[in-house]
Design a protein around this ligand. Structure first.
Ligand code: ZN
Length: 167
């Protein structure tokens, strides 16, 4: 099922998500729906459960061009990070908004996959940016929080214009 994505400034985007203690049917269905929603538009590269109003520490990511490299992060934790990466970021909860954000160039993280199996992974570049962006969602943080007030205003204006055009 394609889920409805909450749009900024929905206060639910600001709630902290809780760890998943048990991968039951409810969570399995949610993970499937998150992927279906992610793949419903080929421009998407990541989606976090709180963006659909479900406050579990789950995010799904696919930064591959063909959309054939799904990554599910349940209870993700960044263990180590380094370097500096600047990239244009956008977010499904802020349609039309984008700005350049500085993040770590690489991160090593630990998470569980959709079956609950723990794994560790080191990622870099775009994928590392995406992992950091999505983990932020689990703590109620949006990419515009990382901007100066001037650039935040610019990003929100882009969103306003986009929403007016696409009414
Ligand atoms: Zn986002």
């Amino acid at each position: 099922m394609i889920l409805k994505i909450l749009i900024y400034p929905d206060p639910k985007l600001r709630h902290k998500s809780l760890p998943v203690s048990n991968i039951d049917e409810d969570i399995t269905v949610l993970v499937g729906d998150l992927f279906e929603t992610l793949y419903s538009d080929s421009n998407n590269c990541g989606l976090a459960a709180p963006q659909v109003g479900r406050h579990h520490r789950i995010t799904v990511i696919d930064t591959s061009e063909k959309g054939n490299d799904p990554l599910c992060l349940i209870n993700p934790e960044i263990l180590e990070s380094g370097g500096l990466f600047k990239g244009l970021e956008a977010c499904l909860s802020l349609p039309g908004a984008y700005e350049e954000i500085q993040r770590a160039e690489w991160v090593r993280f630990r998470a569980q996959d959709r079956n609950g199996k723990p794994y560790e992974m080191k990622v870099e570049g775009l994928l590392a940016e995406c992992v950091q962006h999505e983990i932020d969602h689990l703590d109620g943080i949006l990419f515009i929080d990382k901007l100066s007030s001037l650039r935040r205003k610019r990003a929100l204006n882009r969103m306003k214009k986009y929403l007016q055009k696409n009414k």
